[in-house]
Design a protein around this ligand. Sequence first.
Ligand SMILES: [Zn+2]
Length: 254
Amino acid sequence: MLVGILSFSQKSLQGKTILAIFAHPDDEITIGPVLAKYAAEGVNVYLAVASDGRYGTNTHSNIPAGDTLAAVRNKEMHCSAEKLGAHPPVMIGAHDQLNMREGKTGETLRRIRDTVIYLLKTINPDVVLTWGASGWTLHPDHQLVGDVVTDIFSSRQWPKHPKLYYAEIPTGTIPSDAPQFATVDSSYLTVRVNVSTADLAKAQEAWSCHQSQYIPSDITYMKKGVWHGDNPVSYFRPFVSSGKMQIGLFDEGK
Ligand SMILES: [Zn+2]
């Protein structure tokens, strides 16, 4: 009986599609275990990456900023997607910092916007994942990409009536020595995904693809904050309301 229930559950995800849209080549790692889990269960996982990461220099890799680093990070992103079981990533190709240094952020956001519309039309996802207002790290690239995705998502009703979820970190769950993360009160994080040790192992392999960004000790340290240590649950905030119409800001018209 139990086997029957499990096989029904697994079959029900066949043909489903997730589209995750983030800012940088390595942002996918934050929810790597979730992406690996669903890919293993037969879900089509697509990743889109807004910027090329060309300014993400590190002393350990010593790769100069610019085209060379962007090319390295493109390969790392493809490696990560493969390890997670996702399709090859869609590299939107904006310069790091969304062309802020070049004074072209407005133009770049329009390009990202057009690409998100194209992806929602062609990939036709059941689930869209991106950054919420916290952007995990308050990084402006994260916050702007999450804004663009929310803007496009909410602009119309897409054919499959997809769900939009923001990847978040619950307040109080990260170590006090990891202040680089931005958090959200857990009462808002009503969608939780349990992942297995096998999912974590795949995500760790994907993380290791990003050699220009991390050395193994970085990963060991950051896992505490990013994947919640030995209690592997990922937290999401749903975009939608309850769907119930309300009259008045205080629901006073009922
Ligand atoms: Zn990032």
